[in-house]
Write a protein that binds this ligand. Structure first.
Ligand code: FAD
Ligand code: NAI
Length: 499
């Protein structure tokens, strides 16, 4: 009995300690401290975007050195790797977003967060024009501000290749609304198929889900749809479950070109087992209201009836990016995006515009990993630039006042410091590996291992995938929400009500 009571006491103490620590950090998150106001003496740093690049920058940035203004049509950060899980109801949409003000309210100096689209940048006048395009607007909804430094991190938009019907009939998988729309559409297809008197042909059409693009987005989404089907729909729609078909269409000879051959084969085998059809060397030519037109490997054209098409065929630059690039035609000629130097400075400008993430054309893949490392790097560079700017101001002040032996010595010392501070280290990307979920509680991972590569797939990799993304989520709040959603789905299954 004594030993039992001791164990119970120890366990209670441990639990109380865990709850107290959790409560402490949660409260710390909720109660930001005092912030310095904007200072007219400081330079204005305007950040466009609130995605991976911009949020990573904000997280690491010392805002005491700048008056920071963040402009983005989204007043939150979206954790894109878990977006396909939202599309099938594994995760709640709110679990994978973090309001940008949760970050900015903890900064030393106030950061102005403005929910608006940047519509144009003038690199000569150093101005940004932005517009409130949300449903509700005040009397002022369009304005222009000046910047000293600009960080361009607006990401990319979905590439449609102007294929007819894509914009009208397909769902995308890029923004939170896309995932929510897909979930509604999918459930609508199921409910319509369950409508009394529906012919088998029409049931088959309604329950044929076509995913276009065999990149990681298309693969992860197909895996998630399959999980939803096997883990939940089979119980709630037993008469329809066998009619659900998932087809993945990819124009190239194989899916997931960025993964090693072994993992591509593993994914293809897993999809075969899960009865997900992979159609490679097949190109979508048109999307119609109730069908998709495919060009098959033998170049024949086939029209396939379907209930839903999800378009995950890659990205292209945004209009605001193209407009800015067109103002610097000599240097900005790369169709993939903004060309930057080793320090992420946009070529052709006077070193005051930085660009990062998916809106740039670099030797790195357009991934969250790259954008977030670039953001953290830029925070260090901007700290160094602020230091150099401060030293220059001091030097200017000393040089404009009468010379004394002390001021002469200080000028020499500042000169030396300035030389050191102006030397910026170039950005170096450190690849941490590629991970993708492929459904059925399995994931694949290509991880750097010593000087080689470790290619692994299966259930253990899935657990690694989950823990990796849980730890990458930016806040304790989001980690808790996502972990709770996973537990809820394991206990009660996914919700099949259509909002
Ligand atoms: P984004 O994160 O897209 O942010 C762009 C920001 O700019 C947004 O806040 C947007 O609202 C804002 N914006 C847009 N227009 C304007 C404007 N006119 N003015 C001002 N602001 C504007 N990468 C990985 O490394 N691992 C993964 O597992 C992974 N999974 C993914 C899953 C999905 C479904 C998707 C779609 C992508 C995934 N990616 C993943 C890729 C990753 O999300 C992108 O590479 C990353 O988001 C790029 O970061 P970014 O900051 O350049 O752009
Ligand atoms: P993607 O560009 O990687 O893949 C799109 C695919 O669609 C391509 O393989 C292309 O051949 C195919 N395609 C294009 N047009 C087509 C057509 N008409 N018919 C048939 N197929 C067509 O796009 P994705 O998957 O959205 O990824 C974008 C970026 O985000 C990539 O850099 C990727 O690495 C990253 N990402 C990473 C993830 C991860 O690491 N787990 C998850 C999701 C995205």
């Amino acid at each position: 009995i004594k030993r039992f009571l001791q164990t119970l006491g120890g366990f209670t103490l441990l639990s109380a300690g865990t709850v107290a620590t959790f409560y402490y950090f949660a409260q710390k998150d909720r109660t930001p401290g005092h912030q310095l106001p904007h200072d007219p003496e400081k330079k204005t740093l305007v950040i466009l975007g609130s995605g991976w690049g911009a949020t990573s920058l904000l997280n690491s940035l010392d805002t005491s050195e700048y008056n920071v203004v963040l402009i983005s049509p989204r007043n939150y950060f979206l954790f894109t790797p878990l977006l396909p899980s939202v599309a099938v109801g594994t995760l709640n949409p709110r679990s994978i977003i973090q309001p940008t003000r949760y970050v900015t309210r903890h900064k030393a100096r106030q950061v102005a967060v403005i929910e608006a689209h940047a519509t144009s940048v003038d690199p000569v006048a150093k101005t940004v024009t932005f517009e409130d395009t949300s449903e509700i607007q005040g009397l002022v909804s369009l304005t222009t501000i000046n910047y000293d430094y600009l960080v361009f991190a607006v990401g990319a938009e979905v590439q449609t290749f102007n294929i007819p019907g894509v914009k009208e009939y397909a769902c995308f998988m890029k923004e939170l609304e896309d995932a929510e729309k897909m979930q509604r559409r999918f459930l609508d297809c199921l409910e319509s198929a369950a409508f009394p008197g529906q012919s088998q042909d029409e049931v088959d059409r309604l329950l044929h889900m076509v995913v276009v693009g065999g990149g990681p987005t298309g693969i992860e989404l197909s895996g998630e749809i399959h999980d939803f089907l096997e883990e939940d729909l089979r119980s709630w729609f037993p008469e329809l479950a066998n009619s659900v078909r998932i087809s993945l269409v990819e124009a190239l000879p194989s899916v997931l070109p960025m993964f090693s051959k072994r993992l591509i084969e593993y994914t293809e085998a897993q999809f075969k087992q899960a009865k997900i059809d992979i159609l490679t060397k097949t190109m979508v030519k048109e999307i119609k209201e109730k069908s998709v037109v495919l060009q098959m490997p033998d170049k024949s054209i086939v029209e396939v009836p379907c209930g839903m098409v999800v378009w995950a065929a890659g990205n292209t630059g945004r209009q605001v990016t193209r407009d800015l690039m067109s103002k610097l035609p000599e240097h900005q000629t790369n169709k993939r995006g903004i060309v930057v130097d080793d320090h992420l400075r946009m070529l052709g400008t006077d070193r005051t515009i930085f660009a990062l993430g998916d809106c740039t054309a670099t030797s790195y893949a357009p991934t969250a990993q790259v954008a977030s490392q670039e953001g953290a790097y830029l925070a260090r560079i901007l700290a160094q630039i602020a230091k150099a700017d401060n030293l220059e101001s001091r030097l200017h002040a000393l040089r404009s006042s009468p010379e004394t032996p002390e001021s002469k010595a200080e000028i020499t010392s500042i000169g030396r410091q300035l030389n050191r501070t102006r030397k910026l280290r170039p950005f170096e990307y450190s690849h941490q590996g590629s991970l993708a979920y492929i459904g059925s509680d399995k994931a694949i991972a290509d991880l750097p291992f010593f000087n080689g590569n470790l290619a692994t797939g299966g259930v253990a990799t899935f657990l690694f995938w989950r823990s990796a993304y849980l730890s990458t989520l930016f806040s304790l709040r989001n980690r808790t929400l996502v972990a709770t959603d996973w537990i809820k789905v394991k206990l009660f299954g996914r919700d099949v009500s259509r909002e």
